[in-house]
Design a protein around this ligand. Structure first.
Ligand code: SF4
Length: 360
């Protein structure tokens, strides 16, 4: 359970869009205004995004492998440990789900001979050193890897540490492209646009590589790219001109896992989810015994937490503090009594304001 002190959300018009965030932003364009450094605290862990850090380690290790630097398990260990330490000196083990699995499969993939990944047909992996920008859409980023043949870019490869598919492969699909997670497909199209902005050539193949080495490739289609570009251009226009309430797309699916939910005035509660969120003012903090505590809110709601003593941030939970509590288990037999889960967070409003949350 994490206790996070948050300021009021600040809105800013972004000067660019990251390919890896675009799909998430399109689902609710208001997120584009919230994605600025002033709101980083909403991500918790002191603004640190541990899964993203592990993703960086995987990318960096596979990058070295693609350039022939990793030829043994020892090479892998050396690069992995070095990059992980740079991300977080104390390491990421225990901080990210599936850490061991991701490390194991990355090693398996990284030590694979180069020729089995790029063939013998003259394909050459090239690291794009600089960040590329498409001025029209404002998309800015760097593809993980571009494969060149005869001096022109022919393929974009993007590495992912999460699941690649929306649903299991099966039937007579064409290379599974339609089944790729939507945001991954959109990311590949953004990279194709960036490659064109730099080389004035579109890559012919767009590929996603999973952490276990699974690779999903499909042909580039110009009409699909044009459709995607149109969507991003409209997003760019909307985000710079519309008021927040016209950008927000509140809903159970959108708001359930949105990091900005605790401070977003448009957020809605998801009553169909097995966890509950609560907003309120702390009336009392009761410390019964054994490091447990019970938070009593002004509306009478009671929230129980086990074993959290020896924490300095507990002083933030003082009577009168406005809080937003996430992912609580309701106890069916005791209405008004809830228990913190392993995924719970307590957001303490720095300005003491508690805004109402609409129900759906
Ligand atoms: S909480 Fe909901 S409405 Fe607010 S930014 Fe997130 S998804 Fe959009």
């Amino acid at each position: 359970m994490e206790i996070i002190k948050t300021e009021k959300l600040k809105q800013e018009v972004p000067d660019h869009f990251s390919p890896s965030r675009l799909g998430w932003i399109l689902a609710c364009p208001l997120r584009a205004r919230y994605e600025n450094p002033a709101n980083a605290g909403y991500y918790g862990a002191g603004g640190k995004n541990f899964p993203a850090m592990l993703g960086n380690v995987v990318h960096q290790v596979l990058e070295q492998s693609n350039f022939g630097k990793i030829n043994s398990q020892e090479d892998f260990e050396r690069y992995w440990n070095g990059y992980e330490e740079k991300q977080l000196p104390s390491g990421l083990m225990g901080k990210v789900k599936n850490y061991g699995k991701i490390r194991y499969f990355t090693a398996k993939q990284a030590v694979k001979p180069l020729v089995s990944r790029f063939g013998t047909g003259g394909a050459k992996p090239v690291r794009i050193e600089k960040t590329l920008l498409d001025r029209d859409t404002g998309i800015k980023g760097r593809p993980d890897l571009v494969v060149f043949k005869g001096g022109v870019p022919v393929e974009v490869k993007d590495y992912k540490s999460g699941a690649l598919f929306e649903r299991p492969l099966g039937g007579s699909d064409e290379l599974g492209y339609d089944l790729l997670r939507l945001e991954y497909r959109q990311q590949l199209l953004s990279y194709a646009l960036l490659v064109y902005s730099e080389y004035q050539v579109f890559p012919q193949t767009l590929s996603i590589v999973g952490v276990d080495g699974e690779e999903v490739s499909s042909s580039f289609r110009l009409e699909e790219l044009n459709e995607w570009k149109g969507r991003v251009l409209k997003l760019k226009e909307d985000v710079s001109s519309l008021p927040g309430q016209e950008l927000a797309i509140p809903g159970a699916d959108n708001c359930r896992h949105c990091v900005y939910k605790p401070g977003c005035e448009f957020a809605v509660q998801d009553t169909g989810y097995h966890f509950r969120d609560f907003r309120g003012i702390i009336k009392e903090v009761v410390l019964p015994a054994f490091g447990n505590f019970i938070l009593i809110l002004e509306d009478g709601c009671r929230v129980f937490c086990r074993n959290i003593t020896d924490r300095e941030d507990i002083v933030l939970l003082e009577p009168g503090a406005a809080v937003y509590l996430t992912n609580l288990y309701p106890l069916e037999k005791q209405p008004g009594f809830l228990v913190f889960s392993a995924y719970s967070r307590v957001f303490v409003s720095a300005d003491g304001q508690s805004t109402s949350t609409r129900s759906i």
